[in-house]
Design a protein around this ligand. Sequence first.
Ligand SMILES: Cc1cc2nc3c(=O)[nH]c(=O)nc-3n(C[C@H](O)[C@H](O)[C@H](O)COP(=O)(O)OP(=O)(O)OC[C@H]3O[C@@H](n4cnc5c(N)ncnc54)[C@H](O)[C@@H]3O)c2cc1C
Length: 434
Amino acid sequence: MQIVNDNGCSWINDLDPRSNIKVLEKNKECDWLIIGAGYTGLSAARKLAQLHPNQKIILIDAQLAGEGASGRNSGYLVDTTLNDGFTSNKDLENYKKKTDIYELGIKVIKKFIKEHQVECDWNDSGKFFASSKTEDEKILNNFSKTLSKLGFRHDLLDNKELSKRLGTKFYNIALYTKGGVLLHPGKLVRAMIDILPNNVELLENSSLIKWNKTNDVVSCYFKNGIIKTRKIIFATNGFLKFLGIKSNYNFPITLTASMTRPLTDQEFKTIGEPKEWGVLPVRPMGATIRMTKNRRILIRNTAEVYNPYQMSQSELDKRTLKQKFGIKKRFPQLPDNIIQSSWSGIVSRTRNSSQIFEKIDENIFVAGCYNGSGIGVGTLFGEQIAIKASNENTKEIETIEARNKPTWFPPEPFLSLGVKARLIYERMRAKSEI
Ligand SMILES: Cc1cc2nc3c(=O)[nH]c(=O)nc-3n(C[C@H](O)[C@H](O)[C@H](O)COP(=O)(O)OP(=O)(O)OC[C@H]3O[C@@H](n4cnc5c(N)ncnc54)[C@H](O)[C@@H]3O)c2cc1C
């Protein structure tokens, strides 16, 4: 499989192009090999380099490091995700376990940013779970009860307050959570690449084609060579299934997003000059929409089973139209052609939305499947899987391992059909919110 992304991601295009890109050109041997250089792989490499300063560590990616989902997401570092209330204490306890992991994710990113003085447009602005449908008040009230029980600061807001804070009259009801951060995902992941320690060799544009394990050695086959390693960490997230990793537990989903150019002073005035904000939908397939620090509007309103992985320009154009419509619905006063770029990205889902974090065989480890929380959780899991693979334990590992484990998916073709049917149902439910 060739992984080639579109060049349309605004976050990545905001950055200076990188130089000194090294490709795998010959056979190599190492102590540690990490496949995938997004938040997970980069964090794993950083931690391994610290733990094993004299060992040889290779981090390799099929494309440019950080230019998969890690550089093309919506930039919400989340403390909570929506639920519509729990009927049992057990469910509440499970939700708390999730938020404990999110909290650790935020902490690990904060620490990284502080330690390396990273500038990534960090804004502790919180986020809104918003809907145009007043009947969704019931869901938000239930969510509010959960948040109150767990001590998360939040407010329920009506249309009047929302139009003031967001600059659109589209939403009738929302729950605002105080925690959670908005940031520039491209700047964050670039910083992780820039500070990679010297004992990590980063190889890019080199796709793992197949791998096997004989005795104690894992052999990984690439177009231009073989890498033999003692220990390996798979950090390929949406591509885990393709490499035969935990195939019955994860499933790739393709998301597309668009970003406008910065609004002019005049345009910004017509929407009431709101401060930076981020909205997540109450209905799962509704739009995620953000006003960025420099007055650009980001919208993501598609999620689909899409094969092949690489989306053609004409297919991407169709999604851009949907996103243009989504912006127009919310901001009818803005001109039609303000979308500057559109892109797609691949994430990995599990059936019960729980993450993968485990040793799958002697010396073989995997971390992934964070749904919409990979910025913090991916960074945390990368670091902690490196520690686990080094036979050490931490409180963080205990917290991670206390979560619900991913549940089993039925085999193909039932899986694809089931996921497609579910997405169609969710899309219909969220029709007004796209
Ligand atoms: C549009 C969009 C919006 C999102 N919004 C948010 C959000 O607001 N907040 C949030 O927290 N999360 C969000 N996410 C999810 C988040 O981006 C991911 O969870 C996170 O990036 C996962 O990081 P990762 O390092 O595990 O995987 P990735 O960033 O996907 O990195 C995996 C890497 O593995 C490489 N790879 C794959 N196969 C091979 C192979 N065979 N050989 C070598 N390398 C390989 C890929 O090239 C890729 O670079 C969003 C994702 C998308 C696409």
